[in-house]
Design a protein around this ligand. Structure first.
Ligand SMILES: [Zn+2]
Length: 103
């Protein structure tokens, strides 16, 4: 498991599964970090993957259910899955950060 440490002041930066981790800020020196280019490309695949899994499982588990139930299920599952995947990818070091230029 990878813990993010600020490049400037070496303060550990906590990741949030609820707020998302597209942008993180050092709690000590307020240096901002964002995903680098390669990570941004990978990150953009997460929603597609999440929706794909949600649709596939809804077809499997919700056979015969109304379209409303399926719709709610797909929205819910893809949302939760996307947040989880992002968190896991960051923790595993698949998604990496670089210093943000914005002040
Ligand atoms: Zn810092």
């Amino acid at each position: 498991m990878k813990i993010h440490v600020c490049e400037k002041c070496k303060t550990p930066i906590r990741l949030s599964i609820i707020k998302g981790n597209t942008h993180i800020v050092c709690p000590n020196c307020h240096q901002k970090y964002q995903f680098d280019m390669a990570s941004t490309k990978k990150y953009m695949l997460i929603p597609f993957f999440s929706v794909g899994v949600a649709v596939a499982t809804s077809l499997h588990f919700l056979e015969g259910k109304t379209i409303d139930v399926k719709f709610i299920y797909i929205i819910g599952v893809s949302f939760v899955l996307a947040a989880l995947l992002e968190y896991i990818c960051v923790k595993a070091g698949i998604l990496k950060y670089e210093k943000s230029k914005e002040k």
